[in-house]
Design a protein around this ligand. Structure first.
Ligand SMILES: Cc1cc2nc3c(=O)[nH]c(=O)nc-3n(C[C@H](O)[C@H](O)[C@H](O)COP(=O)(O)O)c2cc1C
Length: 157
């Protein structure tokens, strides 16, 4: 199954580390939204979307990229993110982004998240939080997530 990961990772490359591990397992290229067009994306059967979180939402560039896609995507997808804090129940940004992806016709088969080193300005007083994240345990969890995706996708096709 031809797979690609569209990942926006700007703060510390935290999400890119996760994307690279998932990409390795799935044999997928990892690209920034600016590096791919809707027409190119249409060549892939399975699409991953990854992002860091800023002000309780996925990065604008990734959201805009998904918004720009035609609404007839009849393909499977997955969604992942890194963040400094757990997703607050009053602002379920991963679910919101997943809905956006689903509205474009993708079937989102699974999601993944882990912490990433966070240097949001007020946190710099204490040198940031989640230093060293994603760590080897996080990346191992990402690998397991990807292996499960691979099994799921290969049995579905
Ligand atoms: C300006 C700014 C705003 C952020 N806002 C949030 C937030 O609302 N919630 C959260 O959990 N983490 C927040 N973070 C932490 C990032 O989501 C986290 O560092 C993430 O791993 C960055 O991913 P990246 O390195 O792939 O860009 C923020 C970080 C910065 C610098």
């Amino acid at each position: 199954m031809k797979t690609i990961i569209v990942c926006r990772s700007v703060s510390h490359g935290n999400t890119r580390k996760v994307a690279d591990v998932i990409g390795e397992v799935l044999g997928a290229r990892v690209v920034d939204p600016a590096e791919i067009s809707a027409a190119e994306l249409a060549e892939y059967d399975f699409v991953g979307f990854g992002s860091g979180v800023r002000n309780m939402t996925f990065y604008r560039e990734l959201r805009q990229f998904v918004q720009s896609l035609p609404g007839n995507q009849r393909r499977k997808a997955f969604v992942f993110n890194t963040s400094g804090f757990p997703e607050p129940p009053f602002r379920p940004y991963r679910r919101m982004f997943t809905h956006l992806v689903e509205k474009k016709g993708f079937e989102v088969v699974d999601t993944f998240s882990c912490f990433g080193y966070d240097t949001w300005l007020p946190l710099m007083i204490v040198g940031g939080v989640r230093k060293g994240r994603p760590n080897t345990v996080d990346l191992e969890a990402a690998r397991t997530f990807a292996e499960k995706l691979r099994t799921r996708i290969s049995t579905a096709s």
